[in-house]
Design a protein around this ligand. Structure first.
Ligand code: ATP
Ligand code: MG
Length: 414
């Protein structure tokens, strides 16, 4: 029955995948906290304008990827496609101007109506950070360093490349835009339909096109760096110097632009060659115009978001889960006793698995299946003596233990 399939582009996270996701998220949270970024959570849906106004009405996300619907009250609602707009909205609606600089970390599901493929889902997860209220390039350095240290902590040092570029300030962007449009006009006949539309409204986006012919044309397009004014150039140089000082390696990719409209100055991505076509694992940039565009007080910002699914595919050292102690009661009386025994052990912070039925063989199979470290076997005879058998399931070694001494005897199996 088709309705029992998950919706296209969505996935269940079964225990193993949940552990990998958690490893990614938790490591991000730890590193972010070390940098002074506190966790926040904004709603997974917002009024549609929160995204439509900010992400730019030519961005792929707004033109074709948003999950938008009218709710029962007739409000236009959109499932969040990314995290920054929600954080910016929260900054404004909670009147947090007094708390600047504001440093936050977030995690959670995002929704985009994309063509599903490896590394590209319709519901996916991101972790991300935002730093609001700092105009100086040191903020860019800090935020990029946080990304780099997070990826290091996942064991990805040397397996990802930091690509960085600058989109300059508004004056530089306008100068570049004019030059780029002039150039692209000369290649109109070969540009993709999408890019022809972009040419009028947001030509920078053509640089990000995935179309083959577009890419070829873009090869010889004017380069942003040549159109930077002095302020923009100094800003970028200072960011790069900061990265040098921290020993964070980067490649200056003059073609790098970000997919959303609100960026200025620094744009960056960490990419890997290990995931095929969807190689960007973490991406971000500076968005000094965003909060003002939303109707808030002019407030600079910079941040990034990382795709948890893509990172989960890359991480190797996922923390082992706690192997449980299996309780194996045999007979009615033992079962009743097992209930309190399991409760006592859990309160003493043991992980305890209880199979609920079957003979000895069935229950031992269950213990193996949950990868139990040890079994506590409660037979009628043992119970009569006030004892249980503790079996080390790795070595097979088995010892009788008085019920009162179980916690101590099980300590080594934690
Ligand atoms: P792309 O060019 O791959 O579409 P993007 O510019 O749309 O990327 P961002 O909005 O910057 O991506 O999102 C940051 C990160 O979130 C991406 O680098 C990626 O790791 C992840 N991501 C984005 N969209 C998806 C998706 N549909 N499925 C899985 N991960 C995604
Ligand atoms: Mg995209």
């Amino acid at each position: 029955m088709a309705t029992l399939q998950p919706v296209r582009g969505t996935h269940d996270l079964l225990p193993e995948q949940c552990r990998r996701h958690r490893a990614v998220e938790e490591r991000c949270r730890l590193v972010a906290e070390r940098f002074g970024y506190a966790e926040v959570a904004t709603p997974i849906f917002e009024f549609t304008e929160v995204f439509a106004r900010t992400l730019g009405d030519t961005s792929d996300v707004v033109t074709k990827e948003m999950y938008t619907f009218e709710d029962r009250g007739g409000e236009g609602i959109t499932l969040r496609p990314e995290g920054t707009a929600g954080v910016a909205r929260a900054f404004i609606s909670n009147g947090l101007q007094q708390s600047l600089p504001l440093k936050v970390f977030y995690r959670g599901p995002m929704f985009r109506y994309e063509r599903p493929q490896k590394g590209r889902q319709r519901q996916f997860h991101q972790v991300g950070v935002e730093l609001l209220g700092v105009e100086a390039p040191m903020a860019d350095v800090e935020v990029i360093a946080l990304g780099a240290r997070f990826l290091d902590a996942l064991g990805l040092k040397g397996r990802v490349t930091l690509e960085i570029n600058t989109l300059g300030d508004q004056e530089s962007r306008e100068a570049y835009r004019t030059a780029l449009v002039d150039y692209l006009r000369g290649h109109m006949d070969r540009l993709s339909e999408d890019s022809k539309a972009r040419l009028e409204r947001n030509p920078l986006r053509v640089l990000d096109s995935k179309d083959e012919a577009d890419r070829e044309i873009v090869q010889d397009a004017p380069v942003f760096t040549d159109y930077l004014n002095e302020h923009s150039r100094t800003f970028f140089d200072t960011v790069l110097k900061g990265l040098d000082q921290l020993g964070i390696e980067y490649v200056h990719n003059t073609r790098l632009v970000r997919g959303l409209d609100y960026y200025s100055h620094t744009a960056f991505e960490f990419t890997t060659t290990e995931l095929g076509a969807q190689g960007t694992v973490l991406a971000g940039g500076r968005y000094d115009g965003l909060i003002k565009t939303m109707g808030g007080p002019p407030t600079p910002g910079i941040g990034w978001a990382a795709g948890v699914e893509r990172l989960a595919l890359l991480v190797e050292d996922v923390e082992p889960f706690a192997r449980p102690i299996a309780i194996v009661p045999l007979g009615e009386q033992a079962e009743a006793r097992a209930l309190t025994l399991a409760d006592d052990l859990r309160r003493a912070e043991f992980t305890v698995d209880m199979g609920y039925s079957g003979n000895m063989k069935k229950r031992m199979q269950r213990a193996n299946k949950v990868y139990a470290r040890a079994a506590v076997i409660l037979g009628e005879d043992e119970l009569a003596k006030g004892e249980a058998l503790v079996r080390d399931l790795d070595s097979g070694e088995q010892t009788p233990v008085p019920l009162g001494g179980l916690e101590a005897a099980l300590g080594r199996f934690r």
